[in-house]
Design a protein around this ligand. Structure first.
Ligand code: NAD
Ligand code: ZN
Length: 359
């Protein structure tokens, strides 16, 4: 049924510094799955970590694994039980598929399911390939006014949406975001869309802060060693005109989490998005006396529809995040850009559809 017959070029990671493009069989969808012609796949920090170190946090690449999980595709075949999609539908792929029957799944925290399939988290294959099968209920149909690049960016944007939901962002809130990498930037976009009125964002690099400004940050603070921790906290409060209601760390750096805890106002929230050292020293008594809640964030849960709606409605524009585009044949070059940060990339995207032509 599939055009282009046998071509399922796939980016397979064998281990540290060992990635190859190879042909794999075109998979057959199960009854509840769709076969997707893959369109656009973004590179995430975790993908780079698997290539550069062979590990990401506790996960280790042991067997060859197809990389890629920030993706969009077009439905080319439906399993017999699929009701929500048709051939030709364009979808954003939510990469984590839970068991659907455990207590966490049933109570609505399916992202914490301990029996989760997740694209490109060992041992599960990802979808940087020409064709890929995925459960239809974790494919989100894209509105006509959204393109495949936006579809792929729904994955990181969903992390930002989830972080803001965990931070209780609502209209009129003032926020601190530490770190203006892709995740800090999508968190900024989501916070704005959810009604935050003033946001200050920090980074150590000017180019990141410049992009943050372009995307709507009200204030930026460059962290360059010239200010002490307490001076940075004072500057955050001075710029915002008050202590933030919510602080979202998107670095995983201890110094940043400390600043989040110290800056946040009475009854506020600190959310931890960045994943850094396993243990940190934090001024927790400061959180205690202010009744500041410190909350974890793990990916997303029921957040794709919100993320899609933010873009469909024109409330946010994710396009400025895209700085580099490659074809799947040039996957190694794309990873080189993401890894070395040559050319100041933010989002590096890979086109899997052989018909794509650079514009
Ligand atoms: P990134 O490395 O591109 O971004 C981190 C940013 O923090 C960079 O721009 C860096 O310059 C900046 N930074 C470093 N030290 C700093 C400091 N002292 N002060 C201010 N800024 C500083 O990574 P990313 O892709 O944006 O992801 C951010 C973090 O979120 C990573 O730790 C990643 O593992 C984590 N993450 C978590 C989840 C989750 O579900 N919780 C999902 C995706 C990513
Ligand atoms: Zn489950």
């Amino acid at each position: 049924p599939v055009k282009n017959g046998k071509d399922n070029l796939s980016a397979v990671l064998y281990g540290k510094d060992d990635m190859k493009l190879e042909q794999r069989p075109i998979p057959v969808p199960r009854d509840n799955q769709v076969l997707l012609q893959m369109e656009v796949v973004g590179i995430c920090g975790s993908d780079v970590s698997y290539l550069a170190k062979g590990v990401c946090g506790p996960f280790v690449v042991k067997d060859p694994m197809v990389i890629g999980h920030e993706a969009s595709g077009t439905v080319v075949e439906c399993g017999k039980n699929v009701k929500n999609l048709q051939v030709g539908d364009r979808v954003a792929i939510e990469p984590g598929v839970p068991c659907r029957i455990c207590q966490l799944c049933k109570s609505g925290s399916y992202h914490l399911c301990q029996d989760l399939f997740f694209c490109a988290t060992p041992p599960d294959d990802g979808n940087l390939s020409r064709y890929y099968c995925h459960d239809a209920d974790f494919c989100w149909k894209l509105p006509d006014n959204m393109d495949m690049e936006e579809g792929a960016i729904m994955e990181p944007l969903s992390v930002g949406v989830h972080a803001c939901k965990r931070a209780n962002i609502k209209i009129g809130d003032v926020c601190l975001i530490t770190g203006a990498g892709p995740i800090g930037l999508v968190t900024l976009l989501a916070a704005k869309a959810m009604g935050a009125s003033k946001i200050v964002i920090t980074d150590i690099l000017d180019v990141k802060l410049k992009m943050a400004k372009q995307l709507g940050a009200d204030y930026t603070i460059k962290i360059d060693g010239s200010l002490t921790e307490d001076q940075i906290v004072s500057k955050v409060i001075e710029l915002l005109g008050q202590e933030p209601n919510a602080s979202m760390d998107c670095t995983g750096v201890e110094a940043c989490v400390r600043i989040c805890v110290k800056s946040t106002g009475l009854a506020g929230v600190v959310v931890l998005v960045g994943l850094g050292k396993l243990e940190m020293t934090l001024p927790l008594a400061n959180a205690l006396i202010k009744e500041v809640d410190v909350r974890g964030v793990f990916r997303y849960c029921n957040d794709y529809p919100t993320a899609i709606e933010m873009v469909r409605s024109g409330r946010i524009n994710v396009k400025p995040l895209v700085t580099h585009r490659y074809r799947i044949e040039d996957t190694l070059k794309a990873f080189h850009t993401a890894r070395t940060q040559e050319g100041d990339p933010i989002k590096v995207l890979i086109y899997c559809n052989p018909n794509w032509k650079p514009s």
